[in-house]
Write a protein that binds this ligand. Structure first.
Ligand SMILES: [Zn+2]
Length: 327
């Protein structure tokens, strides 16, 4: 069997090898994706851990550096592909949501295109070089540079395969965040899978999106939480020895709703992550650039604030936060 090759990295049994996937120049500048492939001395599944799909979400990025340092291939069964910073242009240019070259959200253009714009070419490289060879995937996010957030995961209950859905749910429980949004609305078309984790899921590989960290600032607590989640998933999949831990009392969240801004101006939130809201409770207010009220945003649900935008810049149709009904 040929060794697994990811970009410049040729896997070696019992070793951790780091290098780059080169994303060639196209209609706009090329980029590189730093990756590590840790290949166990024993057979097992291929787990992909992706950080930095959004470049200003650094807690998972630093967590994967810690995972790389702490992962001993001699005691590993299977292979772990670490994507250290999926969206290096966004990270380097400190952009939120969208890449600097094409203004596109990497987590909305999967599976990508080899002849597309920068974000689409990155997505294509990840789809073909990381997602296709993997058996399971965790796409590790946090609150973006402008978002305060309470940690939670998304369980993609896609409905194409009960088995894949069940294994994805168990991976979410293994990662360890006790608030889990049930998401039934993701596309089922492999050619238009849109999201990184969904691209794996529609291909029959259970996948989870996690959210831990906030506001573009890595904290020790959130870096540790992300690293711990990665190792918990490895133990859950039988790739490392040790106890399999699952969230004992998950708080399933359904329905949930992303609230969007009714206009452009300055945003002032009225809530904090984790806060419980009644239906119709104030969520925040939008003023014009002179401070005059444009609109009040109210919670459409009785539920808990999962994230809220905490910086003032706001454009019509952009998210201001998310509320979910907790079971
Ligand atoms: Zn994100």
């Amino acid at each position: 069997m040929n060794p697994l090759t990811v970009g410049s990295v040729v896997a070696r049994a019992g070793a951790s090898v780091s290098g780059f996937i080169t994303v060639p120049e196209g209609v706009d500048p090329g980029s590189r994706i730093p990756v590590t492939v840790a290949t166990g001395a024993h057979d097992g599944p291929v787990l992909a851990l992706v950080a930095g799909t959004h470049g200003s979400e650094p807690s998972p990025i630093l967590a994967l550096q810690r995972v790389r340092a702490g992962l001993d291939p001699a005691v590993l069964s299977g292979t772990v592909i670490l994507v250290h910073v999926a969206n290096l242009p966004s990270f380097a240019h400190r952009t939120i949501y969208r890449g600097p070259h094409d203004g596109k959200n990497l987590n909305r253009v999967f599976p990508g295109r080899p002849d597309g714009t920068a974000s689409e070419r990155i997505a294509h490289a990840i789809t073909t070089q990381v997602i296709e060879p993997c058996d399971a995937l965790v796409d590790m996010h946090s609150g973006d540079g402008n978002e305060a957030l309470r940690p939670y995961s998304y369980w993609n209950k896609l409905g194409l395969s009960d088995d894949v859905d069940a294994r994805a749910r168990d991976m979410a429980l293994a990662f360890g965040l006790d608030h889990i949004v049930i998401d039934r609305g993701r596309p089922r078309d492999a050619a238009a899978s849109v999201f990184c984790s969904n691209t794996a899921h529609v291909r029959g590989k259970p996948a989870v999106t996690t959210e831990a960290g906030e506001a573009g600032v890595p904290t020790e607590e959130m870096v540790a939480l992300n690293a711990r989640g990665a190792f918990r998933v490895m133990r859950h999949l039988g790739m490392l020895a040790g106890p399999r831990e699952m969230v004992a009392q998950p708080h399933w969240i359904e329905p949930s709703e992303v609230l969007v801004s009714p206009g452009t101006g300055t945003w002032q939130p009225a809530v904090r992550p984790g806060q419980r809201l009644g239906k119709g409770a104030p969520f925040g207010r939008l003023t014009d650039y002179f401070g005059e009220l444009v609109a009040e945003v109210r919670s459409p649900l009785e539920g808990e604030v999962l994230y809220v935008v905490v910086s003032p810049a706001m454009a019509e149709g952009e998210p201001v936060g998310m509320v979910g009904v907790v079971s």
